[in-house]
Design a protein around this ligand. Structure first.
Ligand code: CP3
Length: 339
């Protein structure tokens, strides 16, 4: 009935469901047209009519198994009271970080449009499409909140955590509570599965990793499971390398989203109980052609007899030709039929 959720629950390897991180967004001309109606990106995310439409756009074009809520991970710092802006060509820019100014008590009210978006989507999506909610994981949110913007190498965030161990714990606890509250509201509103984006997990130095990455994610999974045992959690701990095995075992996530650095053949042997997702380098979808198809096949083959969800190793890039996405979907669907 719902290929994506059913696969996660039954751990079946019969059919490979497909969705893409950033399946909505700037590579689609219809998204760029819709976005032109609201130049302020946060306002766009908080306007149900626009965000619902943006979520549905890729499903109108492509045969996908899931819709992912259109929003952004940085709505959490915003809801906690930190200034968040998005600048054309630059990306997110956040206001100064002051722990004492962050308050969780207005989170539900500030993020209420997101819950309305999910409820509307759940009501209008066909029954075979799974609705994915999401949140940034605490460490990645923390990195943006301290650095003030997204860039490679989070030296300020790392130094702050190492120099202020007690406050670092406090921020992590606050962010963990915020993510738990946010995801519970998303589930209540209609999300059927949730993904934790930990894009900068690989940047965490060993002395901050347990408290910054593993402990928060473990608590989020535990609290969400206690709230609703039915809702699977997907984890995307990008670039954590060999820390992947203990991460999966300790956090208890149901689905592991792979980044392109993992070797799918090796992983399939090491963690045979896990449901895997993604892995293909999004640059290959920009390129298209044989290179894209060949690499997609390495994932399909490596996970042939395992529960596997087709996706990428990171979000679709703005320069991706939409026809390459179509070709990739056609190929994965054909492999399902041909074996
Ligand atoms: O996957 C989807 O289709 C849902 C939408 C979604 C967006 N952001 C929309 C977006 C999701 C799941 C995110 C998550 C997100 N946001 C992450 C984690 C995943 C990842 O990509 O690493 C991160 C780190 C962010 C923070 C963020 N938001 C950055 C760094 C930027 C600027 C860079 C960029 O790609 O533009 C954004 C803006 C953003 N988020 C856009 C979209 C469609 C572009 C905004 C626009 O339309 O101008």
């Amino acid at each position: 009935m719902k290929p994506l959720i059913d696969l996660i629950r039954t751990k079946s390897s019969q059919r490979v469901p497909i969705w893409f991180m950033r399946q909505a967004g700037r590579y689609l001309p219809e998204y760029r047209a819709l976005r032109a109606q609201q130049p302020d990106f946060l306002k766009f995310c908080y306007t149900p009519k626009l965000a619902v439409e943006a979520t549905l756009q890729p499903l109108k074009r492509y045969d996908l198994d899931a819709a992912i809520l259109f929003s952004d991970i940085l709505v959490i710092p915003h809801a906690l009271g930190q200034h968040v802006g998005f600048e054309e060509g630059v990306g997110p820019i956040l206001g100064d970080f002051h722990l004492k100014n962050l308050k969780i008590d207005r989170l539900e009210q500030t993020l209420s449009p997101v819950f309305e978006i999910l409820t509307t989507l759940r009501a209008c999506l066909p029954p075979h499409i799974s609705l994915i909610g999401f949140s940034g994981a605490p460490w990645t949110l923390y990195c943006y909140m301290i650095e003030g913007r997204g860039k490679r190498g989070f030296s300020k965030a790392i130094a702050w955590g190492q120099e202020n161990p007690q406050q670092f714990r406090e921020v992590m606890e606050l962010l963990t509570d915020a993510v738990v509250a946010y995801l519970k509201h998303q589930v209540r509103a209609g999300a059927e599965v949730v993904q934790l984006f930990d894009t900068w997990a690989g940047e965490a130095p060993q002395d901050l990793y347990e408290i910054g990455v593993v402990k928060p994610v473990t608590k989020i999974v535990k609290e969400l499971k206690a709230f609703s045992a039915q809702v699977p959690l997907m984890g995307f701990p990008k670039n954590i390398g060999e820390r992947i095995v203990p991460y999966v075992k300790e956090t208890g996530i149901d689905v592991l989203s792979l980044d392109p650095t993992f070797n799918p053949e090796a992983l399939a042997q090491i963690l045979p109980q896990t449901v895997y997702q993604g892995g293909l380098d999004p640059e290959l979808v920009v390129l298209g052609g044989e290179a894209m198809i060949k690499k997609a096949d390495t994932y399909l083959k490596a996970f042939k007899n395992r529960p596997y969800i087709f996706n990428l190793g990171h979000g679709l890039l703005p320069k991706t030709p939409p026809e390459n996405v179509q070709k990739l979907i056609d190929h994965v669907r054909k492999m399902n039929v041909d074996g």
